[in-house]
Structures are given as structure tokens and as C-alpha cells.
Write a new protein. Structure first.
Length: 134
């Protein structure tokens, strides 16, 4: 999901450029992972009713739907970003250095989270209907 490829640097003359791309790849993926973890933390805070966006201690809130959708988008972006940077390395340095592989696990996880956000949106609508009846 957040794998950084091991680059083969034997016989390369421009190792600095490859190192810069590897650092860029690592920082990008770590940043996306940190954003995902922060959004998960916000979901727990909102669900517990500890933020101003919270409407009570229920997981079915519009803010949670928005955060789940953002987590899904970031989860899909991780393997795509990893693939694009590995593709750039392969184009610049050859396939002996890096083989670009698009990880299906990350894409599937992101799509599942996006579907989960749609289920939570339906749960929000049901929660509003039930609250309106009482």
C-alpha cells in the first residue's frame, strides 16, 4: 500500500537525481499516510461529539461522510502516486533501476472506502428521518 521500491543503483552515474526522486516518493507517501491518519482521528473526535462539527454521539454525520470520502480519495492516490514516480524513475534511468507496478490492493482499499462513504451518506439520511419522527 505504501511501499517504496528498492532501486538498483549499480553502474549509475547520476545517483543524486535518483536519490532525490526516492526522497520525493517517500515524503509524498508518508504525507498522504499522515493525512489519512489525521482524518481517521477526526472521525473518532466527531463521532464522540468532541468537535463543533459534531451533531451528537453518532457515527452517521455529514462531516464523517466527507472525511470518509477524502480518506478514500487519498487511499486511491497513494498507489497511483507511487506508480507515477516509479514510472518517472524507469523512464529516466531505465527498467534496470525500477519497475513501475500499480498496486491493486491500494486501489481496492480506496474504492471500498469510497463505497463505505456512500453507505454512511445513506445512514445520515436515515438518521435525519428517524430524528424527525421523534
Amino acid at each position: 500500500f505504501f511501499a517504496v521500491f528498492d532501486y538498483n543503483v549499480e553502474g549509475l552515474s547520476n545517483v543524486r537525481g535518483l536519490f532525490a526522486l526516492a526522497i520525493l516518493q517517500s515524503i509524498s507517501l508518508i504525507s498522504l499516510g499522515a493525512m489519512i491518519l489525521h482524518k481517521i482521528h477526526l472521525i473518532f473526535e466527531i463521532t464522540a461529539g468532541k468537535t463543533r462539527d459534531s451533531i451528537g454521539p453518532t457515527p452517521f454525520q455529514p462531516a464523517n461522510v466527507k472525511l470518509l470520502r477524502q480518506i478514500g480519495i487519498l487511499a486511491v492516490a497513494c498507489p497511483i502516486l507511487n506508480f507515477l514516480i516509479s514510472l518517472l524513475v524507469a523512464l529516466l534511468y531505465g527498467t534496470d533501476v525500477a519497475i513501475p507496478i500499480l498496486s491493486p490492493e491500494g486501489l481496492f482499499a480506496g474504492v471500498v472506502i469510497l463505497c463505505l462513504s456512500r453507505f454512511f451518506a445513506h445512514g445520515v439520511a436515515l438518521q435525519i428521518d428517524v430524528d424527525g419522527l421523534l
